[in-house]
Design a protein around this ligand. Structure first.
Ligand SMILES: [Fe+2]
Length: 264
């Protein structure tokens, strides 16, 4: 048997161990032929590598030598799939909607209805086959993930998936998605050159950036957002050990929705 990265696994490889999650849950049992769904499951449980039976490994190497293909790995196959291309198009359209929506909030545009964005984002996740496959696709939208709009869309969808895994009710999943979508709107009220600064921030710049959760809270307070959404924005940089900002709250004071945004 030999260890293989999950990103290098192929359909048909046989597991040589019971693969367990960090909390001891059985993710994939020993002796099973891998499928796309099982590989997606390994990704969703943050499994980095697993043991594969030698026989399968040998034939895999032979296969690769005979016909090296960029789509050999699970990730490459996923990226080449029609579902991924469709998701990417929806993601691009979603970023446009994020631009409109977050800017409308900052500009206090009263025609803006946050429910439109929320409904679209819920559909982007719910219309897909499994939460794990959506998660994989989100994690591979790298080319878009460097600004507040794409980041917020990502976090909104991830909060939705995490809320489902945590068995939140349908209403709570919607709340969690909204928390993710709108948590960083305060960043748009900060000077763009500081937000986009590639290098290290000066202490003064960092102090300013640390006010963005409060800015988010203030902006969202101009609208009829639920308290859960406003408080998640206010507390999304707090940490359970009290090392976060802006208030240094510890776990008991941080809402579960804020914790969800923090890990998304
Ligand atoms: Fe933030």
């Amino acid at each position: 048997m030999q260890k293989r990265l999950v990103s290098d696994l192929k359909n048909g490889m046989i597991t040589a161990e019971d693969v367990l999650s960090l909390d001891g849950q059985l993710v994939v049992p020993k002796g099973v032929a891998l499928t796309d769904n099982l590989i997606a499951r390994l990704f969703s449980f943050d499994v980095f590598s697993i043991l594969i039976e030698d026989e399968q490994l040998t034939s895999t190497i032979d296969d690769l030598l005979e016909s090296p293909s960029p789509s050999a790995s699970y990730v490459e196959r996923m990226k080449a799939s029609p579902e991924f291309r469709e998701f990417k198009e929806e993601f691009k359209a979603g970023i446009e909607k994020m631009h409109f929506s977050l800017n409308a909030l900052v500009e206090k545009n009263t025609d803006f209805d946050p429910n439109d964005l929320l409904t679209d984002t819920m559909a982007m996740v719910n219309n897909r086959t499994t939460p794990s496959s959506v998660m994989d696709m989100i994690l591979h939208m790298h080319e878009f993930d460097d600004d507040t709009y794409a980041h917020s869309l990502n976090v909104g969808m991830l909060c939705n998936i995490f809320a489902r895994w945590m068995r939140f009710s349908e209403e709570e999943r919607e709340l969690a998605t909204a928390c993710g979508l709108f948590h960083d709107v305060g960043k748009l009220a900060m000077p763009a050159d500081i937000i986009k600064k590639p290098g290290k921030l000066t202490p003064a710049e960092y102090r300013l950036i640390k006010t963005h959760p409060l800015e988010s809270y203030k902006i969202l307070s101009n609208y009829q957002f639920p308290d859960e959404v406003k408080n998640a924005a206010l507390m999304h940089h707090e940490r359970c050990d009290g090392s976060g900002y802006p208030y240094g709250f510890t776990s008991e004071k941080i809402t579960r929705f804020a914790k969800l945004v923090a890990i998304a």
